[in-house]
Design a protein around this ligand. Structure first.
Ligand code: PLP
Length: 395
């Protein structure tokens, strides 16, 4: 039994919750952390126990004390009825979609969605008879006009992957609920700390634990949480697929969970400092960061979100590709690579125009996405300063 009374636990602020959630030292001989339980087989004492399903654990794919520690902590943090853990963030998205959709259904997906989500909708879901329509992320309550009798779910993501458009998620949820349309959200950018998904009307929320939960670029993990309405369907689908996460990765994610609030607050502080600095650069046309007051999504972000993370994009004034390459290739502190949310800064070029269908992507210049890490911001500015000098020289 945990020492925390139910009353104390219910009143904890998120920072204290991260320290105490999913932990029960008395069940671990007094050790602070739940260790890595590795295993497929779980032994029963008698055939009655085996057949009667009386044991708390029955088989590795159905959960271990290590996975229970993370799922219970995450459900507490996200305000969910239940959470499943998958081997990647993308698997967390696919299991969410497959839990609610069936042949003949119609699905609405934001045009600003994470590209691999789109590939799954246009590939596997299409093959299984689900039709996807992409919508303008600025629609808000206007999404109701796209509802058809067979619309089963809406997938929102805010801010948009790479392009950082905000969405009015409470308005979308208010439009969907009376029609019993499931609202699924990719909440990786904000995490439940900066956007409590289920309290804002989201039915199923996805987190790529690969990003801020891990915080160290050393693991892949997905978390899918559901409210009471959708938890039975999600849990059933997860059990049928048995796409369970590995115990070492779950343990590392639990370790990351304890410091996630500190790292996220620092990512927000550093991210905003760098975004403001970049906004003032003559080489930069626009910064795409909803935490900046002149961003088109700022009012929505301020109303619904409790913070911002260290991931945002910039649009450069038009220059040849070779000038962008001269800038980025010579950076010493920023790595060129996918993923984000680790302790180290990253930069990648991107272009949404080849795949967007509901909205045009014509930002007016080359686009770069930045993940700001824990380096000293002055060192990061110096690195980018050198980059801008190379860009000007090559323009
Ligand atoms: C990275 C990412 C994912 C997928 O996570 P993986 O663990 O890399 O599969 C999903 N959604 C968003 C918004 C992401 O940035």
């Amino acid at each position: 039994m945990s020492k925390l009374s139910a009353q104390t636990r219910a009143g904890l602020r998120s920072r204290s919750r991260l320290v105490h959630a999913g932990r029960d030292p008395q069940e671990q001989h007094g050790f602070v952390n739940t260790p890595i339980y590795r295993g497929s087989t779980v032994l029963a004492d008698t055939i009655d126990d085996y057949q009667g399903g009386r044991n708390r654990y029955t088989y590795g794919t159905h959960g271990t004390p290590t996975t229970d520690a993370l799922t219970s902590a995450w459900s507490e943090l996200a305000g969910a009825a239940g959470t499943v853990l998958t081997p990647s963030g993308l698997a967390a998205i696919t299991v969410a979609l497959l839990a609610v959709l069936r042949a003949g259904d119609h699905l609405l997906v934001t045009d600003s969605a994470y590209f691999p989500t789109r590939r799954f909708c246009d590939g596997t879901l299409k093959r299984f008879g689900v039709e996807t329509t992409y919508y303008d992320p600025a629609l808000g309550a206007g999404i109701a006009e796209l509802f058809r009798p067979n619309t089963r779910a809406v997938l929102v993501e805010a801010p948009g992957s790479q392009s950082f458009e905000m969405q009015d998620i409470p308005a979308i949820s208010d439009a969907a609920r009376p029609r019993d349309i499931c609202v699924i959200m990719d909440n990786t950018w904000a995490t439940p700390l900066f956007f409590p998904p289920h309290a804002r009307g989201v039915d199923i929320a996805i987190e790529a634990g690969t990003k801020y939960l891990s915080g160290h670029s050393d693991l892949l993990l997905g978390l899918t949480s559901a409210n009471a309405r959708y938890w039975p369907a999600l849990n059933r689908c997860f059990t049928e697929f048995a796409i369970c996460a590995g115990p070492e990765d779950v343990f590392l994610a639990l370790r990351g969970l304890r410091t996630m609030e500190l790292r996220l607050r620092e990512a927000e502080r550093q991210g905003l400092a760098m975004a403001r600095w970049l906004d003032a650069r003559p080489e930069v046309l626009r910064v795409l960061h909803p935490g900046l007051p002149d961003d088109p999504g700022h009012a929505t972000w301020k109303r619904d979100f409790l913070g911002s993370s260290g991931l945002f994009s910039i649009i450069l004034k038009p220059v040849p590709r070779a000038a962008v390459a001269a800038m980025v290739d010579g950076l010493e502190l920023f790595g060129i690579g996918a993923s984000w949310g680790g302790y180290e800064s990253l930069v990648i070029p991107f272009d949404c125009s080849p795949y967007r269908t509901a909205t045009a992507w014509a930002p007016g210049g080359p686009a770069l996405r930045l993940s700001i890490g824990l380096e000293d911001a002055e060192d990061l500015k110096a690195d980018l300063d050198g980059g801008f000098a190379r860009l000007r020289a090559a323009s």
